[in-house]
Design a protein around this ligand. Structure first.
Ligand code: SF4
Length: 465
Protein backbone atom coordinates (compact mmCIF):
# COMPACT_ATOMS: atom_id res chain seq x y z
CA UNK A 1 0.00 0.00 0.00
CA UNK A 2 1.40 3.40 -0.98
CA UNK A 3 1.54 5.88 1.88
CA UNK A 4 -0.46 9.07 1.64
CA UNK A 5 1.02 12.54 1.82
CA UNK A 6 -0.32 13.99 5.05
CA UNK A 7 -2.22 17.02 3.72
CA UNK A 8 -5.40 18.39 5.24
CA UNK A 9 -8.14 20.57 3.85
CA UNK A 10 -10.33 22.74 6.03
CA UNK A 11 -14.04 22.52 5.14
CA UNK A 12 -16.15 24.54 7.61
CA UNK A 13 -19.47 23.16 6.39
CA UNK A 14 -18.31 19.53 6.78
CA UNK A 15 -16.82 20.23 10.20
CA UNK A 16 -20.11 21.75 11.40
CA UNK A 17 -22.10 18.87 9.93
CA UNK A 18 -19.96 16.24 11.66
CA UNK A 19 -19.46 18.05 14.97
CA UNK A 20 -20.77 15.17 17.13
CA UNK A 21 -19.42 13.38 20.20
CA UNK A 22 -17.03 10.64 19.08
CA UNK A 23 -14.30 8.65 20.88
CA UNK A 24 -10.67 9.68 20.45
CA UNK A 25 -9.77 6.05 19.68
CA UNK A 26 -6.61 5.83 21.71
CA UNK A 27 -8.04 2.34 22.03
CA UNK A 28 -10.82 0.25 20.59
CA UNK A 29 -13.10 -0.53 22.31
CA UNK A 30 -12.82 2.90 23.98
CA UNK A 31 -12.11 3.14 27.72
CA UNK A 32 -15.85 3.66 28.38
CA UNK A 33 -16.31 -0.07 27.67
CA UNK A 34 -14.14 -1.15 30.61
CA UNK A 35 -16.48 -2.70 33.20
CA UNK A 36 -16.20 -3.35 36.98
CA UNK A 37 -17.37 -6.97 36.50
CA UNK A 38 -13.98 -7.77 34.94
CA UNK A 39 -12.11 -10.62 36.72
CA UNK A 40 -8.46 -9.94 37.58
CA UNK A 41 -7.69 -13.59 36.82
CA UNK A 42 -8.20 -12.68 33.15
CA UNK A 43 -5.53 -10.00 33.46
CA UNK A 44 -3.10 -12.50 34.98
CA UNK A 45 -3.84 -14.88 32.09
CA UNK A 46 -3.20 -12.08 29.57
CA UNK A 47 0.17 -11.38 31.22
CA UNK A 48 1.10 -15.07 30.93
CA UNK A 49 0.25 -15.03 27.20
CA UNK A 50 2.21 -11.83 26.67
CA UNK A 51 5.22 -13.33 28.50
CA UNK A 52 5.06 -16.26 26.11
CA UNK A 53 4.94 -13.93 23.09
CA UNK A 54 7.68 -11.69 24.54
CA UNK A 55 5.99 -8.58 23.17
CA UNK A 56 8.05 -5.45 23.96
CA UNK A 57 6.79 -3.35 26.85
CA UNK A 58 5.55 0.19 27.06
CA UNK A 59 5.33 1.48 30.64
CA UNK A 60 3.28 4.34 32.02
CA UNK A 61 3.56 5.97 35.49
CA UNK A 62 0.78 8.21 36.72
CA UNK A 63 1.44 11.06 39.18
CA UNK A 64 -2.03 12.44 39.97
CA UNK A 65 -1.13 15.58 41.96
CA UNK A 66 -1.27 19.25 40.92
CA UNK A 67 -0.76 22.24 43.19
CA UNK A 68 -3.49 24.37 41.59
CA UNK A 69 -6.52 23.60 39.44
CA UNK A 70 -6.57 24.69 35.81
CA UNK A 71 -10.25 25.39 35.15
CA UNK A 72 -10.23 23.74 31.73
CA UNK A 73 -8.83 20.47 33.08
CA UNK A 74 -10.62 17.24 32.19
CA UNK A 75 -8.18 14.90 33.97
CA UNK A 76 -8.63 13.00 37.22
CA UNK A 77 -6.34 14.92 39.54
CA UNK A 78 -5.72 15.52 43.23
CA UNK A 79 -5.30 19.26 43.77
CA UNK A 80 -3.25 20.07 46.85
CA UNK A 81 -0.29 22.16 47.86
CA UNK A 82 0.33 19.79 50.74
CA UNK A 83 3.36 18.17 49.10
CA UNK A 84 3.64 15.56 51.84
CA UNK A 85 0.84 13.69 50.07
CA UNK A 86 3.36 12.54 47.44
CA UNK A 87 5.52 10.46 49.81
CA UNK A 88 2.98 7.70 50.64
CA UNK A 89 1.80 7.65 47.02
CA UNK A 90 5.36 7.15 45.85
CA UNK A 91 5.88 4.22 48.18
CA UNK A 92 2.64 2.54 46.99
CA UNK A 93 3.61 3.24 43.39
CA UNK A 94 6.95 1.52 43.91
CA UNK A 95 5.14 -1.45 45.50
CA UNK A 96 2.82 -1.58 42.51
CA UNK A 97 5.83 -1.63 40.16
CA UNK A 98 7.36 -4.47 42.18
CA UNK A 99 4.05 -6.35 42.23
CA UNK A 100 3.69 -6.16 38.45
CA UNK A 101 7.37 -6.93 37.84
CA UNK A 102 6.92 -10.26 39.63
CA UNK A 103 4.37 -11.24 36.98
CA UNK A 104 6.35 -10.08 33.96
CA UNK A 105 9.34 -11.95 32.51
CA UNK A 106 12.59 -10.14 33.22
CA UNK A 107 13.94 -10.66 29.72
CA UNK A 108 11.20 -8.63 28.08
CA UNK A 109 12.43 -5.29 26.79
CA UNK A 110 10.95 -1.91 27.63
CA UNK A 111 11.04 0.30 24.54
CA UNK A 112 8.81 3.08 25.80
CA UNK A 113 8.25 4.76 29.17
CA UNK A 114 6.01 7.72 29.84
CA UNK A 115 5.29 9.66 33.04
CA UNK A 116 2.07 11.63 33.00
CA UNK A 117 -0.49 13.12 35.32
CA UNK A 118 -1.48 15.33 36.99
CA UNK A 119 1.95 16.84 37.20
CA UNK A 120 4.96 14.48 37.32
CA UNK A 121 7.18 17.38 38.39
CA UNK A 122 5.01 17.75 41.51
CA UNK A 123 7.57 15.23 42.81
CA UNK A 124 10.82 16.49 44.30
CA UNK A 125 13.97 15.46 42.45
CA UNK A 126 14.89 12.83 45.04
CA UNK A 127 11.39 11.31 44.62
CA UNK A 128 11.83 11.28 40.85
CA UNK A 129 15.10 9.40 41.36
CA UNK A 130 13.43 6.88 43.69
CA UNK A 131 10.77 6.10 41.11
CA UNK A 132 13.31 5.97 38.30
CA UNK A 133 15.50 3.53 40.26
CA UNK A 134 12.54 1.28 41.06
CA UNK A 135 11.73 1.00 37.35
CA UNK A 136 15.35 0.38 36.38
CA UNK A 137 15.71 -2.33 39.03
CA UNK A 138 12.62 -4.21 37.91
CA UNK A 139 12.69 -3.89 34.13
CA UNK A 140 15.14 -4.26 31.30
CA UNK A 141 15.27 -1.08 29.19
CA UNK A 142 16.26 -0.94 25.53
CA UNK A 143 19.18 1.57 25.27
CA UNK A 144 17.16 3.38 22.57
CA UNK A 145 13.94 3.46 24.58
CA UNK A 146 11.67 6.46 24.14
CA UNK A 147 11.44 7.97 27.64
CA UNK A 148 9.11 10.91 28.05
CA UNK A 149 7.68 13.07 30.79
CA UNK A 150 4.98 15.76 31.04
CA UNK A 151 5.99 18.81 33.05
CA UNK A 152 4.26 21.93 34.29
CA UNK A 153 6.46 24.98 33.46
CA UNK A 154 5.22 26.76 36.61
CA UNK A 155 7.06 24.35 38.91
CA UNK A 156 10.27 23.92 37.00
CA UNK A 157 13.81 25.25 37.02
CA UNK A 158 16.82 24.60 34.86
CA UNK A 159 18.51 22.26 37.30
CA UNK A 160 15.38 20.11 37.56
CA UNK A 161 15.21 19.79 33.76
CA UNK A 162 18.87 18.93 33.44
CA UNK A 163 18.48 16.30 36.16
CA UNK A 164 15.60 14.70 34.24
CA UNK A 165 17.77 14.52 31.13
CA UNK A 166 20.74 13.15 33.09
CA UNK A 167 18.55 10.42 34.56
CA UNK A 168 17.59 9.27 31.06
CA UNK A 169 14.44 11.10 29.97
CA UNK A 170 14.86 11.97 26.31
CA UNK A 171 11.48 13.51 25.41
CA UNK A 172 9.54 16.20 27.21
CA UNK A 173 6.11 17.74 26.92
CA UNK A 174 4.56 20.82 28.49
CA UNK A 175 1.27 22.67 28.31
CA UNK A 176 1.09 26.25 27.02
CA UNK A 177 -2.64 26.36 26.20
CA UNK A 178 -2.56 30.08 25.31
CA UNK A 179 -0.02 32.92 25.54
CA UNK A 180 -2.65 35.58 26.23
CA UNK A 181 -2.68 36.78 29.85
CA UNK A 182 -6.45 37.41 29.94
CA UNK A 183 -7.11 33.85 28.77
CA UNK A 184 -4.53 32.47 31.21
CA UNK A 185 -6.15 34.32 34.12
CA UNK A 186 -9.63 33.14 33.15
CA UNK A 187 -8.49 29.49 33.29
CA UNK A 188 -6.25 29.92 36.36
CA UNK A 189 -3.06 29.00 34.57
CA UNK A 190 -0.82 32.04 34.41
CA UNK A 191 2.49 31.29 32.67
CA UNK A 192 4.42 34.37 31.56
CA UNK A 193 5.82 34.24 28.06
CA UNK A 194 9.39 34.51 29.37
CA UNK A 195 8.84 31.40 31.50
CA UNK A 196 7.72 29.37 28.48
CA UNK A 197 10.67 30.53 26.38
CA UNK A 198 13.03 29.72 29.27
CA UNK A 199 11.65 26.19 29.63
CA UNK A 200 12.08 25.64 25.91
CA UNK A 201 15.65 26.96 25.95
CA UNK A 202 16.56 24.79 28.94
CA UNK A 203 15.02 21.76 27.20
CA UNK A 204 17.17 22.43 24.13
CA UNK A 205 20.28 23.06 26.24
CA UNK A 206 19.68 19.86 28.18
CA UNK A 207 19.50 17.95 24.89
CA UNK A 208 15.99 16.46 24.88
CA UNK A 209 15.48 14.72 21.54
CA UNK A 210 11.91 15.88 21.11
CA UNK A 211 9.92 18.67 22.76
CA UNK A 212 6.12 18.69 22.58
CA UNK A 213 3.83 21.54 23.55
CA UNK A 214 0.05 21.50 24.02
CA UNK A 215 -2.31 24.31 23.04
CA UNK A 216 -6.06 24.53 23.57
CA UNK A 217 -8.56 26.40 21.42
CA UNK A 218 -12.07 27.31 22.58
CA UNK A 219 -10.96 28.86 25.92
CA UNK A 220 -12.63 32.01 27.32
CA UNK A 221 -11.67 35.36 25.76
CA UNK A 222 -9.90 33.73 22.82
CA UNK A 223 -10.45 35.47 19.49
CA UNK A 224 -9.07 34.75 16.07
CA UNK A 225 -6.51 37.51 16.50
CA UNK A 226 -5.37 36.64 20.04
CA UNK A 227 -5.02 32.99 19.09
CA UNK A 228 -3.07 33.88 15.93
CA UNK A 229 -0.60 35.53 18.27
CA UNK A 230 -0.45 32.35 20.39
CA UNK A 231 0.19 30.20 17.31
CA UNK A 232 2.91 32.52 16.03
CA UNK A 233 4.66 32.63 19.39
CA UNK A 234 4.46 28.85 19.57
CA UNK A 235 6.06 28.59 16.12
CA UNK A 236 8.78 30.97 17.33
CA UNK A 237 9.31 28.65 20.29
CA UNK A 238 10.11 25.99 17.68
CA UNK A 239 8.89 22.76 19.36
CA UNK A 240 9.20 19.45 17.51
CA UNK A 241 5.55 18.58 18.10
CA UNK A 242 2.46 20.69 18.71
CA UNK A 243 -0.92 19.43 19.84
CA UNK A 244 -3.88 21.79 19.33
CA UNK A 245 -6.73 20.42 21.45
CA UNK A 246 -10.33 21.44 21.29
CA UNK A 247 -11.62 22.61 24.69
CA UNK A 248 -14.47 20.36 25.77
CA UNK A 249 -16.75 22.49 28.01
CA UNK A 250 -18.53 19.90 30.15
CA UNK A 251 -19.14 21.52 33.58
CA UNK A 252 -21.77 18.87 34.42
CA UNK A 253 -18.96 16.26 34.22
CA UNK A 254 -16.05 18.45 35.41
CA UNK A 255 -17.34 20.84 38.10
CA UNK A 256 -14.08 22.86 38.10
CA UNK A 257 -15.13 24.19 34.67
CA UNK A 258 -18.03 26.04 36.34
CA UNK A 259 -15.43 28.65 37.30
CA UNK A 260 -14.98 29.52 33.64
CA UNK A 261 -17.04 32.53 32.54
CA UNK A 262 -19.31 30.81 30.04
CA UNK A 263 -20.28 34.07 28.31
CA UNK A 264 -16.60 34.61 27.44
CA UNK A 265 -16.28 31.34 25.50
CA UNK A 266 -15.80 31.85 21.74
CA UNK A 267 -18.82 30.99 19.60
CA UNK A 268 -18.77 27.77 17.53
CA UNK A 269 -18.24 29.89 14.40
CA UNK A 270 -15.27 31.71 15.99
CA UNK A 271 -13.82 28.37 17.09
CA UNK A 272 -13.96 27.09 13.53
CA UNK A 273 -12.14 30.19 12.28
CA UNK A 274 -9.52 29.71 15.01
CA UNK A 275 -9.04 26.08 14.03
CA UNK A 276 -8.69 26.96 10.34
CA UNK A 277 -6.14 29.67 11.09
CA UNK A 278 -4.15 27.34 13.38
CA UNK A 279 -3.99 24.61 10.73
CA UNK A 280 -2.97 27.06 8.01
CA UNK A 281 -0.31 28.76 10.11
CA UNK A 282 1.22 25.50 11.32
CA UNK A 283 1.26 23.76 7.94
CA UNK A 284 2.56 26.89 6.19
CA UNK A 285 5.40 26.93 8.70
CA UNK A 286 6.36 23.39 7.83
CA UNK A 287 4.55 21.36 10.49
CA UNK A 288 3.09 18.11 9.22
CA UNK A 289 -0.44 17.12 10.22
CA UNK A 290 -0.16 13.78 12.00
CA UNK A 291 -3.82 13.29 12.82
CA UNK A 292 -6.26 14.07 15.65
CA UNK A 293 -4.97 17.53 16.76
CA UNK A 294 -1.30 16.64 16.35
CA UNK A 295 1.36 18.35 14.25
CA UNK A 296 5.08 17.61 14.01
CA UNK A 297 8.13 18.87 12.17
CA UNK A 298 8.83 16.81 9.03
CA UNK A 299 12.02 15.40 10.56
CA UNK A 300 10.35 14.35 13.83
CA UNK A 301 10.06 10.60 14.21
CA UNK A 302 6.23 10.80 14.28
CA UNK A 303 6.20 12.48 10.86
CA UNK A 304 8.75 10.03 9.46
CA UNK A 305 6.76 7.09 10.85
CA UNK A 306 3.56 8.41 9.32
CA UNK A 307 5.17 8.83 5.88
CA UNK A 308 6.54 5.30 6.12
CA UNK A 309 3.23 3.80 7.24
CA UNK A 310 4.70 2.95 10.65
CA UNK A 311 2.57 5.12 12.90
CA UNK A 312 0.69 3.47 15.77
CA UNK A 313 -1.73 4.57 18.45
CA UNK A 314 -2.27 3.51 22.04
CA UNK A 315 -3.65 4.97 25.28
CA UNK A 316 -0.78 7.48 25.22
CA UNK A 317 -1.71 8.73 21.74
CA UNK A 318 0.33 8.44 18.53
CA UNK A 319 3.58 6.49 18.79
CA UNK A 320 6.29 5.11 16.55
CA UNK A 321 6.49 1.89 18.54
CA UNK A 322 4.80 -1.06 16.89
CA UNK A 323 2.71 -3.58 18.79
CA UNK A 324 3.64 -3.42 22.44
CA UNK A 325 2.04 -4.31 25.73
CA UNK A 326 1.25 -1.29 27.86
CA UNK A 327 1.54 -1.59 31.63
CA UNK A 328 0.13 1.31 33.66
CA UNK A 329 1.35 2.05 37.20
CA UNK A 330 -0.55 4.16 39.70
CA UNK A 331 -4.09 5.44 40.11
CA UNK A 332 -6.31 5.56 37.00
CA UNK A 333 -3.51 4.16 34.80
CA UNK A 334 -4.59 1.82 32.03
CA UNK A 335 -2.84 -1.38 30.94
CA UNK A 336 -3.37 -2.85 27.52
CA UNK A 337 -2.20 -6.41 26.86
CA UNK A 338 -3.19 -7.57 23.42
CA UNK A 339 -6.80 -8.53 24.03
CA UNK A 340 -7.24 -7.29 27.63
CA UNK A 341 -7.50 -3.69 28.87
CA UNK A 342 -7.66 -2.81 32.57
CA UNK A 343 -7.79 0.43 34.52
CA UNK A 344 -6.43 0.87 38.05
CA UNK A 345 -8.47 2.30 40.91
CA UNK A 346 -9.19 6.02 40.58
CA UNK A 347 -9.14 6.88 44.27
CA UNK A 348 -5.97 6.84 46.34
CA UNK A 349 -7.59 4.99 49.26
CA UNK A 350 -8.78 2.13 47.00
CA UNK A 351 -5.39 1.94 45.33
CA UNK A 352 -3.59 1.81 48.71
CA UNK A 353 -6.08 -0.73 50.17
CA UNK A 354 -5.62 -3.24 47.33
CA UNK A 355 -1.83 -2.92 47.31
CA UNK A 356 -1.84 -3.51 51.11
CA UNK A 357 -3.99 -6.59 50.54
CA UNK A 358 -1.44 -7.76 47.92
CA UNK A 359 -4.10 -7.69 45.23
CA UNK A 360 -3.91 -6.15 41.79
CA UNK A 361 -5.38 -2.61 42.09
CA UNK A 362 -7.77 -3.06 39.18
CA UNK A 363 -11.10 -1.20 39.12
CA UNK A 364 -12.48 -2.29 35.76
CA UNK A 365 -11.50 -4.01 32.54
CA UNK A 366 -12.54 -5.68 29.33
CA UNK A 367 -11.51 -8.72 27.31
CA UNK A 368 -11.74 -8.19 23.58
CA UNK A 369 -13.41 -10.75 21.35
CA UNK A 370 -12.40 -11.49 17.75
CA UNK A 371 -14.81 -8.88 16.39
CA UNK A 372 -13.26 -6.21 18.67
CA UNK A 373 -9.79 -7.17 17.48
CA UNK A 374 -10.70 -6.93 13.78
CA UNK A 375 -12.46 -3.59 14.28
CA UNK A 376 -9.52 -2.31 16.33
CA UNK A 377 -7.15 -3.06 13.43
CA UNK A 378 -9.46 -1.30 10.96
CA UNK A 379 -9.94 1.76 13.20
CA UNK A 380 -6.24 2.14 14.06
CA UNK A 381 -5.27 1.74 10.41
CA UNK A 382 -7.59 4.61 9.50
CA UNK A 383 -6.50 6.76 12.44
CA UNK A 384 -2.79 6.33 11.66
CA UNK A 385 -2.57 5.86 7.87
CA UNK A 386 -5.74 7.63 6.64
CA UNK A 387 -6.41 4.63 4.44
CA UNK A 388 -7.34 0.99 4.60
CA UNK A 389 -6.77 -2.04 2.43
CA UNK A 390 -9.63 -4.54 2.83
CA UNK A 391 -7.32 -7.16 1.21
CA UNK A 392 -4.81 -6.69 4.03
CA UNK A 393 -7.53 -7.11 6.66
CA UNK A 394 -8.81 -10.25 4.97
CA UNK A 395 -5.29 -11.65 4.76
CA UNK A 396 -4.50 -10.82 8.38
CA UNK A 397 -7.63 -12.44 9.80
CA UNK A 398 -8.08 -15.27 7.31
CA UNK A 399 -6.76 -17.74 9.86
CA UNK A 400 -9.45 -19.03 12.19
CA UNK A 401 -12.39 -18.24 9.96
CA UNK A 402 -13.05 -17.08 6.44
CA UNK A 403 -13.38 -13.32 6.43
CA UNK A 404 -14.69 -11.47 3.44
CA UNK A 405 -14.37 -7.77 4.26
CA UNK A 406 -17.40 -6.66 2.32
CA UNK A 407 -19.80 -9.15 3.83
CA UNK A 408 -18.29 -8.83 7.31
CA UNK A 409 -18.88 -5.08 7.26
CA UNK A 410 -22.14 -5.19 5.27
CA UNK A 411 -24.00 -3.19 7.89
CA UNK A 412 -21.36 -0.43 7.74
CA UNK A 413 -21.87 0.01 3.99
CA UNK A 414 -24.61 2.61 4.35
CA UNK A 415 -22.49 4.78 6.65
CA UNK A 416 -19.44 4.42 4.38
CA UNK A 417 -21.50 5.46 1.34
CA UNK A 418 -22.68 8.51 3.29
CA UNK A 419 -19.10 9.43 4.22
CA UNK A 420 -18.17 9.04 0.55
CA UNK A 421 -21.09 11.18 -0.64
CA UNK A 422 -20.10 13.89 1.85
CA UNK A 423 -16.51 13.84 0.57
CA UNK A 424 -14.77 12.40 3.66
CA UNK A 425 -13.56 9.21 1.99
CA UNK A 426 -13.03 7.64 -1.43
CA UNK A 427 -14.08 4.04 -1.87
CA UNK A 428 -12.95 1.46 -4.39
CA UNK A 429 -13.15 -2.32 -4.38
CA UNK A 430 -9.84 -2.75 -2.57
CA UNK A 431 -9.20 0.59 -0.96
CA UNK A 432 -10.68 3.06 1.49
CA UNK A 433 -8.93 6.42 1.38
CA UNK A 434 -9.62 9.35 3.69
CA UNK A 435 -9.68 12.62 1.74
CA UNK A 436 -7.74 15.72 2.91
CA UNK A 437 -11.08 17.18 4.13
CA UNK A 438 -11.95 13.91 5.89
CA UNK A 439 -8.64 13.80 7.77
CA UNK A 440 -9.76 16.55 10.15
CA UNK A 441 -12.75 14.32 10.91
CA UNK A 442 -10.80 11.11 11.13
CA UNK A 443 -12.58 10.10 14.37
CA UNK A 444 -15.92 10.34 12.58
CA UNK A 445 -14.60 8.20 9.70
CA UNK A 446 -13.20 5.59 12.09
CA UNK A 447 -16.46 5.58 14.06
CA UNK A 448 -18.23 3.99 11.08
CA UNK A 449 -16.58 0.73 12.24
CA UNK A 450 -17.35 1.22 15.95
CA UNK A 451 -19.89 -1.40 17.02
CA UNK A 452 -20.24 0.12 20.52
CA UNK A 453 -21.05 3.65 19.39
CA UNK A 454 -24.29 2.48 17.80
CA UNK A 455 -25.46 1.17 21.19
CA UNK A 456 -24.18 4.20 23.12
CA UNK A 457 -26.81 6.91 22.84
CA UNK A 458 -25.89 8.88 25.98
CA UNK A 459 -22.40 9.68 24.82
CA UNK A 460 -19.71 11.00 27.16
CA UNK A 461 -17.22 11.58 24.33
CA UNK A 462 -15.89 14.98 23.33
CA UNK A 463 -17.11 16.64 20.14
CA UNK A 464 -15.17 16.26 16.91
CA UNK A 465 -14.33 19.99 16.47
S1 SF4 B 1 -1.61 20.90 35.55
FE1 SF4 B 1 -2.53 19.58 33.99
S2 SF4 B 1 -3.48 17.90 35.11
FE2 SF4 B 1 -3.07 19.55 36.60
S3 SF4 B 1 -4.98 20.71 36.74
FE3 SF4 B 1 -3.68 21.72 35.19
S4 SF4 B 1 -4.26 20.75 33.24
FE4 SF4 B 1 -5.07 19.46 34.89
Amino acid sequence: MQHLLPTVQFDAQLLQQYDQPVPRYTSYPPATELKPEFETVDFRAAIAVSNYKKTPLSLYCHIPFCDTACYFCGCNTVITQRKAIAAPYLSYLVRHIQQMAQLIDRDRTVHQLHWGGGTPNYLALNQIETLWTALQQQFHFDPNAEISIEVNPKSLDQQYLFSLKNLGFNRISFGIQDFDLKVQEAVNRVQPESMLFDVMQWSRDAGFESVNVDLIYGLPFQTLETYRDTIRKTIQLDPDRIAVFNFAYVPWLKPVQKRIPQAALPSPAEKLKILQMAIEELTQHGYQYIGMDHFAKPGDELSVAQREGQLHRNFQGYTTKPESDLIGFGVTAISMLNDVYVQNHKHLKDFYRTIDAEKLPIERGVTLDQDDIIRRTVIMELMCQFQLSPDDIEEKYHLGFDLDFESYFASEKFQLRRLEADGLIRLSSNHVEVTPAGRLLIRNVASAFDAYLRQNTTSSFSRAV
